[in-house]
Design a protein around this ligand. Sequence first.
Ligand code: ADP
Length: 482
Amino acid sequence: MKILFAASEAQPLVKTGGLADVVGALPRALAALGHDVKVLLPAYPGVLDRLRTRTMHSNLTDLFGGPAKVEAGRTDTGLDVLAIDAPHLYAKQSAHPYGPSANVDWDDNHLRFAALGWVASAIGRGTAGAWVPDIVHAHDWQAGLAPAYLALAEEVRPRTVITVHNLAFQGLFDRKHLAKLRLPESAFAVEGVEFHGQIGFLKAALHYADHITTVSPTYAREIQTPEFGAGLDGLLRHRASKLDGILNGIDRDEWNPERDRYLPAMYGAHSLAKKAHNKAVLQEALGLEIEPRAPLFCVISRLSHQKGLDMLLAALPALRAAGAQLAVLGSGDAELTVGFSAAAKAAPTRVAFRSGWDESLSHRFQGGSDFIVVPSRFEPCGLTQLCGLRYGTIPVVARVGGLADTIVDANEAALADGVATGFQFAPQSADALQHALLRAVAVYARSDAWSQMQERAMSRDFGWERSAQRYAALYEGLLARR
Ligand code: ADP
């Protein structure tokens, strides 16, 4: 099959979160199954320079206010990319794809990402290049208009899939942009792109796509409820027969403790002593006391309400009283930044906070910590707990979404059977989190139970093969029904 992914991020070119990990890894897993997959992506500054064997794919004379070229190339990791070179939309100097800084959007994001959907639909209809996909697979709101443009064109078209990586980000824009976005007036309807008086890019995709997926079975169920549905639960219930939850994997080349060049010492399940060395190096680098027996908890996360880290701040005094250390890497909300900075300042040898985005440090956190904490209020899949499992860094997670689907709680029965891989807590409160953190500290002190749990966690297989097979089966089903 020929499959076109349309997305705003892809590892290793541009990343603000898990979306980039998925778009960077799943196409390669599908390619390994024999499929021809290309990733359509805006050519933000620097993207073209990082593609090898570049060739011209197609030319567009007018892409929302200027000419554009689509250039084909390949990343060092083997990802086949089609990059939309449209300087009038994408040549903005910023480390962030969506705005001048992480929390501020560009004014023309409606055009920048409508263009992504438009080019995907043009490639899908065969009007932009000779390579014509059987499937157009759009990811999140940024690519949400691709299924809409294709459905509205009423031509022979590829089948379309939208994957929801996070329902909270919906891409809502003023209705006055309708004509500029090349959407007909008739599409501004409940049975169309309209969402509470605005144009909703994700809403459009959920309405027009032939199939909807999200990134875990539990999140697929949750988003059909008012509590997690962000106003779209009614539509999702209506389309429930076309909605599936397929778990994300992790890129086993990128997240492999036996070959991780960021780590002072590479290690595997049978050489965990080297992980202890990584811990000491990390403690030293962060200014924490170099105490081998102090359980070291880490966080690698966007600092946002979704991630529940305010609950971790509330539970921190009890965690410290239990002799633990905490290391946090993240950026985002000012309030949480202030909170973690203050906690680190108050106890610099027990709590460390590194603000910002740091790929290398994220690997060293996984390689040197004992636990990773993911106390999210909602979590479509979550990737850091999966990396944690692979690195023997035991996850402490809220029992929601993909966290519920990927971690086996260390209750007494699971411990006795040797199947526990982490700690879950519910309901989502600081008290419940605190209880789970203290349970984690207690198991850490029982060296036999602890090593059994680490080995079990490291043996879990969260590579992409199984999920890629599920996506391929889904595409085949859609094509068979054409
Ligand atoms: P989300 O997509 O909601 O942010 P995920 O857990 O799905 O959360 O994915 C987060 C990804 O971003 C992981 O690969 C994680 O390692 C990475 N990440 C998050 N924060 C940082 C940071 N400050 N520095 C480096 N990598 C980070």
